[in-house]
Design a protein around this ligand. Structure first.
Ligand code: ZN
Length: 144
């Protein structure tokens, strides 16, 4: 099995059986975002307590890249502090630009190949944009 095949399997596993799919009791931030170029949608819910992501969940629909990225992202950020989450976010953006993420991103590294397909980068980044928005609730009403 080639690395591309292995990565595709990881992505399809998350797509078919997404982790952290659903809604959260006591969510402190909820963000809805769409990627019109592909039709992907995501509702991200976070419960932040004492500067730490206590829980993260999402609901959504769209292509396998967007949904798998959300599944992996919610795994990666759970239990992390806000500064740690910002580091993961920056590392994932580096990966999407075809660069070394400079940290271990676990399953998320299966999305590295997306960097070769500019149209799909938006799909992979959709949940991360929702995350970034969720961390800045002061910028405006959530769920726009
Ligand atoms: Zn998509």
């Amino acid at each position: 099995m080639s690395l591309d095949d292995l990565y595709r399997e990881i992505i399809l596993d998350h797509y078919r059986q997404p982790h952290n799919f659903g809604s959260l009791a006591g969510a402190t931030a909820t963000t809805h975002l769409k990627n019109p170029s592909c039709g992907d949608e995501i509702d991200l819910e976070l419960r932040v307590n004492n500067g730490r992501i206590e829980a993260a969940a999402f609901r959504g629909q769209g292509c396998s890249i967007s949904q798998a990225s959300a599944s992996m992202m919610t795994d990666a950020i759970r239990g992390k502090t806000i500064p740690e989450v910002r580091e993961i976010l920056a590392a994932f953006r580096r990966l999407m630009h075809g660069n070394d993420p400079q940290m271990d991103l676990g399953d998320l590294e299966a999305l590295a190949g997306v960097a070769r397909f500019p149209v799909r980068i938006k799909c992979a980044l959709l949940p991360w944009e929702a995350l970034e928005k969720s961390l800045r609730p002061a910028d405006g009403p959530a769920g726009k």
